[in-house]
Design a protein around this ligand. Structure first.
Ligand SMILES: NC(=O)C1=CN([C@@H]2O[C@H](COP(=O)(O)OP(=O)(O)OC[C@H]3O[C@@H](n4cnc5c(N)ncnc54)[C@H](OP(=O)(O)O)[C@@H]3O)[C@@H](O)[C@H]2O)C=CC1
Ligand SMILES: CC(C)=CCC[C@@H](C)[C@H]1CC[C@H]2C3=C(CC[C@]12C)[C@@]1(C)CCC(=O)C[C@@H]1CC3
Length: 345
């Protein structure tokens, strides 16, 4: 069978393309006529039509061969936030991202789109309709956030119109959707262990949850608008569903959709946060003897008990972004996609 040769600007690579967001992105890029290579440490990308390169993004030689002939790179690889492994985060998100930038420049990649995170400005206290002008967190709440900040700075500072290397960072928040390995599975696991009875705080805190297809849409818009005359060069953009929702209403809707009871009883935020800090400290002190991973980390408690929602006005203005799927539709589609997590299964 003859293979169609695509123009170079339609040839892209997705680093982290086997992951949750990465795979949705790969599928949409293929739909839009791109030829797609995936570079990932995890070999689970079995999407037909994709060239798969297995490797660690800290390995420059492996990257150089995967990025040959590619003009556009999406970098959406990161260790999972829950891994709490400082050296891994530093190695992959900081040194690895440096290596990605070097490799892109060496092989002549013209556009690099980074998946950053809205959490780069989150310090555990309320953020209401935060814009991209908020400063980076001075005291990041965990190593994931700390290294995502450094990663974003590296990518945005590498933008160089003279050299023809353009970069942009997309900051999604609370991504959910089919095949998400974190949000729904953690929620269901907590419910199955009988620990989803409590609401932390008064339950009125608003947050952004963003359906994965909207996040993908934001990435592709950014990539296609990344030209030397565009205002988006070297800048970060929030991509959300633009429908802040009460954290506990969202959790309850997913739980009820899957047949579980919603949480009912309230616990004071400060008490739970204090306990989570204590548990985290214990886990660190006891690490040489026993290894345990608390469900209630300070970051998770802060995410569950504070306001954190962001304005995506800038993405609307500069790249014509508009969420394609509403929160209601996104939740219905997500719940439907997890029949094995329904209560009783
Ligand atoms: N999910 C969310 O709510 C949000 C996510 N983000 C960001 O979006 C991006 C994608 O997240 P998500 O899809 O949820 O995460 P996933 O863990 O599902 O996907 C990340 C992928 O990157 C791979 N990877 C990790 N380390 C390396 C490495 N050294 N070299 C090559 N590949 C590697 C992972 O493999 P393996 O699984 O084997 O580690 C995985 O396949 C991340 O940058 C994350 O920080 C931002 C905001 C919110
Ligand atoms: C908006 C946003 C950034 C969401 C992030 C997703 C995850 C961090 C959450 C997904 C499931 C959540 C969850 C909790 C905290 C935050 C999540 C991990 C709890 C551990 C909070 C305390 C509880 O009572 C149980 C919750 C289980 C689900």
């Amino acid at each position: 069978m003859a293979t169609r040769v695509r123009p170079r600007n339609k040839r892209c690579a997705v680093i982290g393309g086997s992951g949750f967001l990465g795979r949705h992105l790969v599928e949409k890029l293929l739909d839009r006529g791109y030829s797609v290579s995936v570079f990932d440490i995890c070999p689970s990308c079995e999407v037909p039509g994709v060239t798969f390169h297995r490797g660690d993004l800290c390995d420059k030689q492996a990257l150089l061969s995967a990025l040959k002939d590619v003009s556009l790179v999406f970098h959406c690889a990161s260790p999972a936030p829950g891994s709490d492994n400082r050296s891994l985060f530093e190695r992959v998100n900081i040194q690895g991202t440096r290596t990605v930038i070097e490799a892109c420049i060496e092989v002549g990649v013209q556009r690099l789109v980074l998946t950053s995170s809205a959490s780069v400005v989150f310090e555990g206290t309320d953020i209401k309709n935060g814009s991209e002008d908020l400063p980076y967190a001075k005291k990041p709440i965990d190593y994931y956030t700390k290294t995502k900040i450094e990663q974003e700075k590296l990518v945005l500072n590498a933008c160089d119109k003279e050299k023809g290397f353009l970069t942009v960072a997309i900051r999604p928040h609370g991504i959910f959707g089919p095949r998400d390995p974190q949000l729904v599975p953690i929620l269901v696991d907590t419910a199955r262990r009988g620990k989803m009875k409590f609401i932390i705080g008064d339950g009125t805190n608003l947050v952004d949850f963003t359906f994965v297809e909207n996040v993908v849409h934001g990435h592709i818009l950014a990539a296609e608008r990344l030209r030397p005359d565009s205002p988006i060069c070297g800048k970060p953009y929030h991509i959300t569903n633009d429908e802040p929702v009460r954290f506990w209403d969202f959790m309850s809707e997913v739980l009820v959709g899957l047949g579980y009871d919603p949480p009912r009883y309230h616990l004071p935020y400060i008490l739970v946060y204090g306990l989570a800090l204590l548990l985290w400290l214990l886990a660190v002190i006891l690490r040489p003897l026993v290894s345990f991973k608390p469900t209630f980390t300070p970051m998770r408690v802060a995410l569950a008990g504070t306001h954190h929602y962001y304005s995506c006005e800038r993405a609307k203005q500069d790249m014509g972004y508009k969420p394609l799927v509403s929160l209601k539709e996104g939740i219905a589609c997500t719940v439907q996609s997890y029949p094995h997590l329904q209560k009783g299964d």
